[in-house]
Design a protein around this ligand. Sequence first.
Ligand SMILES: CC(=O)[C@@H](O)[C@H](O)COP(=O)(O)O
Ligand SMILES: NCC(=O)COP(=O)(O)O
Length: 238
Amino acid sequence: MTKLSVNINKVATLRNARGGNVPDVLKVALDCERFGADGITVHPRPDERHIRRQDVYDLRPLLHTEFNIEGYPSPEFIDLVLKVKPHQVTLVPDSPTQLTSNAGWDTKKNLAFLSEVLEEFKKAGIRTSVFVSTDVEMIEYAAKAGTDRVELYTEPYASGYVKDPEAAVAPFVTAAKAVRSLGLGLNAGHDLSLVNLNYFYKNIPWLDEVSIGHALICDALYLGLERTIREYKNCLCQ
Ligand SMILES: CC(=O)[C@@H](O)[C@H](O)COP(=O)(O)O
Ligand SMILES: NCC(=O)COP(=O)(O)O
């Protein structure tokens, strides 16, 4: 089964726009679980423009499903993750001011750094994942660094899908096969949507997890959160 982890960053963005607690990020996370999400993802950034450190602490004891924290492994991020102990941490190579994630790691260049950080999380019993492109060498070096899983950066799939779905998914199928042959778990995310998710899943049904935020929260404006989550879950069936 491919799990759907709902990224609630955008809910926090909306809350922060007015300074109060509407919408209530914790309630939305619990409602996502109630409506069928298999996990909750957050990506706290240093400027706290959406999910804040305090949200991450507050969410931990409330969630009943898998909690995935994504981010650049700065000392502050490492400290937060080690204190919160989520089920999974996903390392993303973002700069502090980045608008959104736009690339996977150069795992060859960062092998020593990633190995050290991954080891620290593994010692704490936290499953690890590394955000990568479809470059097989990058996946091989992620395995060398000791990660449990990789998360494929799916923006190039999402943008290519519109013109030519088959060509867009092909490098992801190759990468996903490499991931499987290395014995790693497989996650995917970024710009996945109701338009492109089912085709991605059908081509790579051994996916462990997708994390989806932006498109899902936008769809919820029209469909409501409960129906939206149901429809995303339906995309993860043959
Ligand atoms: C790693 C990844 O693709 C997502 O976590 C994405 O970066 C979400 O972050 P934003 O909500 O800030 O775009
Ligand atoms: N890891 C990807 C994620 O959490 C959500 O990305 P997006 O759906 O907001 O593009």
